[in-house]
Design a protein around this ligand. Structure first.
Ligand SMILES: *[C@@H]1O[C@H](CO)[C@@H](O)[C@H](O)[C@H]1NC(C)=O
Ligand SMILES: *[C@@H]1O[C@H](CO)[C@@H](O)[C@H](O)[C@H]1NC(C)=O
Ligand SMILES: *[C@@H]1O[C@H](CO)[C@@H](O)[C@H](O)[C@H]1NC(C)=O
Length: 406
């Protein structure tokens, strides 16, 4: 609660108007945190592709679609506009993402986050553009460049793979596969093997033995300035990048379980999730309850608690607890840490605006491996106000807290 609310309160004192929910318009103080942030994202018109939003535009749209889909599934009775907004965002994406080869050439792997809504909307008549987009996104996985071991490049940088792409790849690749292939068919097995392989190869290259966490990515050729001579891995554990990966594990696992996928896939994803999440909890900052921008450099000068990664871990932990994916003994502690993190985010990064909307602060802009990937690089990337990469993650984390009745 910073600047703008003081102004609003001050005005109310001056003019004698009581400060009540109605002063804040229909974005409503009485609404749950997730819904207030969602209304504010709608009011800001975010998550709609225009072609002018830079290389993360497709991810912003896809991530908003996913967060709003989760909201509309949980709050479906309250007449809220979330499903409509998912449709609007997905429609905007059909204009840009319906060409498979262009998808593979012009957008990072994050583009695939648009596939879930496109697929869901493609059933029924008159929805050909959604179907075409879902198909073009799926085909773009086959056209995406790979290293000689089959690891998908994240984007145009030769032979570099990042954790980041997994959030967009995992859930869409599995959903599409279950929707379009038969049980036990060669195409299903091939796709699921490839999906699992992408998570495993990143794990093998990027797993950081001392912390149990994964670093940002790796260079297959080990020639990048930052590449470890043995593994090719980049040196630091970047919060948001690991956050994409943990969300990818839990969301993909949910689909594999729902579809009753062969045991070997479910087991592999479950093992990764159960191995990784205790290390994530161990890395939380005990003082604030949030996670650092550079997770493996706690308290180092210039490091700070970052608001997108923190929300992503809170979501992953709470959803993993809810679905029973965490070790039983570990679950109560994991929930406690995650709830505390969401409260911290609400207190320190949610900003009351004078028009009744809420803003979201403290989200680092894109961190690329097309850089020195040094500690200095990560801590000096700009910090953004109202990046949906933070606020949509906050919606997902808050929704999980609300599902617990908190
Ligand atoms: C699809 O994208 C490719 C690569 O950008 C381009 O060469 C091709 O003309 C596009 N196809 C259509 C039908 O627009
Ligand atoms: C966002 O956080 C920065 C750093 O703490 C602060 O300077 C800025 O005023 C905040 N923005 C808003 C709108 O609260
Ligand atoms: C990679 O970084 C270099 C040097 O900063 C820059 O010139 C180039 O445009 C970047 N490449 C991409 C694809 O962003």
């Amino acid at each position: 609660m910073r600047g703008p609310i003081y102004a609003a309160t001050f005005a109310a004192v001056l003019f004698g108007a009581p400060v009540t929910a109605s002063n804040y318009g229909n974005h409503g103080h009485n609404k749950p945190d997730s819904q207030r942030m969602a209304s504010s994202i709608i009011a800001r018109g975010q998550g709609i592709m225009t072609g002018l939003g830079g290389s993360s535009e497709a991810l912003q749209a896809g991530f908003v679609q996913k967060a709003f889909t989760a909201l509309s599934e949980y709050y479906h009775k309250s007449g809220e506009p979330y499903a409509q907004y998912v449709r609007e965002s997905a429609t905007s994406a059909t204009e840009f993402l319906a060409n498979a080869s262009n998808n593979a050439l012009s957008y990072p792997m994050d583009r695939l986050s648009n596939g879930n809504a496109a697929l869901a909307l493609s059933h029924g008549k008159g929805h050909d553009s959604y179907r075409a987009t879902a198909d073009a996104l799926r085909e773009s996985i086959d056209l995406n460049r790979r290293n000689p071991e089959g690891g998908l490049w994240y984007f145009v940088y030769p032979y570099w793979s990042y954790l980041d792409g997994m959030y967009s790849l995992g859930p869409f690749y599995s959903l599409y596969t279950f929707a379009t292939t038969r049980i036990g068919s060669h195409s299903r097995v091939k796709a699921l093997d490839d999906l699992l392989y992408q998570f495993e190869t990143l794990w093998e290259h990027c797993h950081h033995h001392s912390t149990g966490l994964l670093t940002h990515g790796y260079d297959f050729r080990k020639t990048a300035v930052w590449a470890d001579p043995e593994t090719g891995a980049s040196p630091y554990v970047w919060g948001r990048s690991l956050g994409w990966y943990t969300m990818a594990l839990v969301d993909t696992l949910e689909i594999l379980e729902k579809e009753n996928a062969p045991h070997k896939y479910r087991k592999a994803f479950l093992e990764k999730f159960q191995t990784l999440m205790p290390a994530v909890v161990k890395a939380v900052d005990k003082c604030t309850g949030g996670w650092w921008q550079v997770i493996d450099q706690p308290r180092r000068e210039g490091n700070y608690i970052e608001s997108s990664g923190t929300a992503m871990f809170a979501y992953s932990l709470l959803k993993g607890s809810r679905l029973g994916y965490l070790p039983h003994k570990f679950t109560p502690a994991a929930k406690k840490v995650a709830i505390r993190a969401q409260k911290y985010l609400t207190k320190h990064f949610v900003v009351e605006e004078a028009d009744g909307t809420v803003g979201y602060n403290g989200t680092v802009s894109v961190c690329s491996l097309n850089s020195t990937a040094s500690y200095d690089y990560y801590i000096h990337q700009p910090i953004l106000y109202n990046s949906v990469l933070g606020s949509a993650a906050y919606i997902l984390a808050s929704l999980e807290v609300e599902r617990l009745g908190h």
